[in-house]
Design a protein around this ligand. Structure first.
Ligand SMILES: *[C@@H]1O[C@H](CO)[C@@H](O)[C@H](O)[C@H]1NC(C)=O
Length: 233
């Protein structure tokens, strides 16, 4: 009995994380091919990139495992006008199975982007490691790097571009620190398990990590001529 309850509890937690309550405030739910094509064309008109996640029918463990990272990334880019996001539940979107996007051909979830260069065919996700795709994409930095590259944008750069007020203040504060202090700060942040933090703090932790990685990189290059920080994968 206890095992059954534990199992049900895990399922309900997992269900809750695929689409958080406010997820569709940031993301368009795509139900069919016409809607997808229309969204792509809208994005092209506005010089935006549309990123789309397909989840499987029925809910697949790999999708559930990767979901928190996609969900956090989508939320983090909510104010960035260069990128927009869509979500497809294949159980409710028959016309989005098969050609030309072949969701699941590289595993679950399937993530593609669409913009002026790719048109309605979109582009495949190209892996950076030999991990399983969903494991690779569970890393927030990998997910955000991908969105930045596809969308030709940044979440927040050291000059303040696209940064929120907290990030701008944080950059000002940490810029004065020495390389050793920055490395230590960065190490501490990366040692935290974000899943154990409350939601708003999670995003703040992940945003600071990226700022510190960029700053450490910048200082290392300035002081030693090279840097491998941020290439740990
Ligand atoms: C996808 O749609 C099916 C059918 O409506 C539903 O049972 C399932 O819970 C949905 N998946 C998610 C993650 O919402």
């Amino acid at each position: 009995m206890k095992i059954l309850f534990t199992f049900l509890w895990i399922c309900s937690v997992a269900r809750a994380t695929m689409y958080p309550d406010d997820h569709f405030d940031f993301v368009t739910e795509i139900k069919d091919r016409d809607q997808l094509n229309e969204l792509v064309n809208q994005a092209i008109k506005k010089s935006q990139t549309l990123l789309v996640r397909w989840v499987s029918d029925p809910d697949h463990a790999d999708c559930l495992r990767q979901a928190p990272t996609w969900n956090r990334a989508v939320r983090a880019f909510a104010d960035n006008k260069k990128v927009v996001f869509g979500d497809i539940n294949l159980s409710e979107a028959d016309t989005l199975k098969g050609a030309p996007h072949w969701p699941s051909q590289y595993g679950w979830p399937t993530i593609r982007y669409f913009n002026r260069e790719t048109g309605v065919d979109g582009a495949d996700y190209v892996q950076k490691t030999n991990q399983k795709m969903h494991d690779e994409l569970r890393d927030f930095d990998v997910m955000v790097d991908y969105i930045e590259k596809a969308g030709n944008t940044v979440l927040c750069d050291l000059n303040g571009k696209h940064c929120n007020k907290m990030e701008k203040d944080y950059i000002k504060l940490v810029k004065k620190k020495s390389l050793d202090e920055l490395i230590l700060l960065r190490k501490r942040l990366y040692a935290m398990d974000v899943n154990l933090l409350v939601k708003d703090i999670q995003e703040w932790n992940l945003r600071r990590r990226r700022i510190l990685t960029k700053l450490v990189k910048q200082k290392e290059i300035k002081e030693t001529g090279k840097s491998t920080t941020g290439n740990e994968l």
